[in-house]
Design a protein. Structure first.
Lengths: 107, 145
């Protein structure tokens, strides 16, 4: 539970950003222009979302002439899967404590 | 109807304990007993009751779990929402306890799962679609080297 990969969760809590990230994962590197065509929001809005995804290290970019190309970094998702293992330890520990409490309680 | 946890990542822990369900129910629902094995809390076994579990703060976690009781069916079923980091973080799960009598005591089952489609409406602002997200995550990570 202490593991809260905040930036990653926050970046992906927004459905539009999730859609952008999924598109980059599925279709590979793209420019803001081509992302905007699918997003049904303005280009500045797409850029803003991309900046947040970048902050969470979920996308990277490279400049090529006047265009910036964005691509997904799915490996940045790995911390999200940690919650399963973290909570696994957490709950097993709590079950141990529950068992010892039950031993101490009156029947 | 939605099959439980069909579209979510969930964590299930089961343990057979040599105690009757009624006794385990008390440990799960009486605040003072609950504090002895879980965390300090203001839990009450009342559907809709909002409460907190509080532990010592640590890096990346303020020590607070925001919860709301979803289901109370003594002495066999108890569920509450489990939120970490406030609503804006989107870190919301459901914790579901099931007690089943066995010849020697009780089977205790805890399932912690992401929100399911049929529960999302009940969660204000729940637009996060974690069940879809975790499904995609698996797909994405499956494609990694």
């Amino acid at each position: 539970m202490p593991v809260v990969p905040g930036p990653v969760f926050k970046a992906l809590a927004d459905p539009t950003r999730r859609a952008i990230f999924e598109r980059l994962t599925r279709d590979g590197e793209q420019t803001v222009h081509s992302l905007t065509r699918h997003a049904r929001i303005s280009q500045p809005a797409v850029s803003k979302h991309l900046a947040q995804l970048k902050r969470a290290k979920l996308v990277r970019h490279r400049r090529c002439g006047r265009e910036t190309h964005y691509s997904a970094r799915p490996q940045a998702l790995a911390p999200l899967l940690d919650w399963l293992s973290v909570y696994g330890v957490f709950w097993r520990d709590r079950f141990d404590r529950l068992e010892s409490l039950l031993e101490r309680m009156e029947p | 109807m939605t099959t439980p946890a069909a579209n979510t990542r969930s964590l299930i822990i089961e343990r057979d304990l040599p105690h009757p369900p009624a006794k385990i129910w008390r440990a799960l629902t009486e605040g003072q007993l609950l504090a002895q094995w879980m965390m300090n809390n203001d839990f009450q076994p009342v559907v809709g009751h909002k409460f907190q579990f509080r532990a010592d703060p640590m890096p990346n976690w303020n020590g607070i779990v925001d919860c709301e009781v979803v289901l109370v069916d003594p002495p066999q079923r108890l569920s509450y929402n489990w939120g970490v980091g406030g609503a804006e973080s989107g870190l919301q799960w459901l914790v579901d306890w099931t007690l089943t009598p066995t010849p020697n005591g009780t089977r205790v089952r805890m399932e912690q799962s992401g929100f399911r489609e049929d529960q999302q409406a009940a969660y204000t602002g729940a637009n996060y679609g974690w069940q879809k997200f975790f499904g995609n995550l698996e797909h994405v990570l499956g494609g990694l080297d």
